[in-house]
Design a protein around this ligand. Structure first.
Ligand code: CO
Length: 211
């Protein structure tokens, strides 16, 4: 059997499991979605959002890209964010990075990778902003781990700098924005930080809204 055929077979078994528990499982699921969380994670195959958080269909609205980047010209990410905040009205946005992230590791190097250079360049900016702290860490693996954390932290702030989040906060709504890092070696999530509407972005990033 070809590997892809196993996926289709597994799907049939999964449907049966769900229907065994509740005969109307899919009918109910098809009605609407009301997820409480937007998950922005790395594309890495070892960090499956639902599995590691014990969530199932209908609970996470998900966007994944290489090294969980928030890039202000990325219409894909921005569309997901706007929809999650304004339509789904999620209560929490979670940026989840992971130790051992290939994107972050490559950003620490100098190899020309073609198009992906442009994407990883944003992580080099994170390095530059925190250069003193990072170069004060002698152990290269510890420096790599710290850059993974700082990368998440910077993306959390970038979310707070978007007009969607600021407008929602000004109107007295959520979301809270969380920065987490997943440890591949243990399976545990490291809860790094949280921003709430009480947190303020630097003045230069602030927007004024008419309503
Ligand atoms: Co990664």
């Amino acid at each position: 059997m070809e590997s892809y055929q196993k996926l289709l077979l597994a799907n049939k078994a999964w449907v049966k499991d769900k229907l065994d528990v509740r005969a109307d499982y899919f009918e109910r699921m098809a009605d609407d979605q009301t997820p409480e969380f937007l998950w922005i994670g790395c594309s890495d195959s070892r960090v499956p959002a639902e599995d590691i958080t014990g969530t199932g269909p209908g609970e996470l609205f998900v966007h994944r890209n290489i090294a969980n980047q928030i890039i202000h010209t990325d219409f894909n990410m921005l569309s997901v964010l706007q929809y999650a905040i304004e339509v789904l009205k999620v209560k929490h946005v979670i940026v989840c990075g992971h130790y051992g992230c290939g994107g972050v590791k490559n950003a620490l190097g100098h190899k020309d990778l073609g198009l992906i250079n442009k994407w990883l360049r944003n992580i080099k900016d994170v390095y530059r902003i925190h250069q003193n702290e990072l170069e004060g860490i002698e152990d290269s693996n510890m420096r790599f781990r710290r850059l993974v954390e700082l990368n998440v932290q910077e993306q959390v702030w970038k979310l707070a700098e978007t007009s969607f989040v600021q407008h929602s906060w000004q109107k007295g709504n959520g979301p809270q924005i969380h920065g987490w890092v997943y440890e591949l070696h243990t399976g545990y999530l490291n809860d790094l930080m949280m921003l709430t509407p009480d947190n303020h972005v630097k003045d230069i990033y602030k927007f004024e809204f008419d309503d």
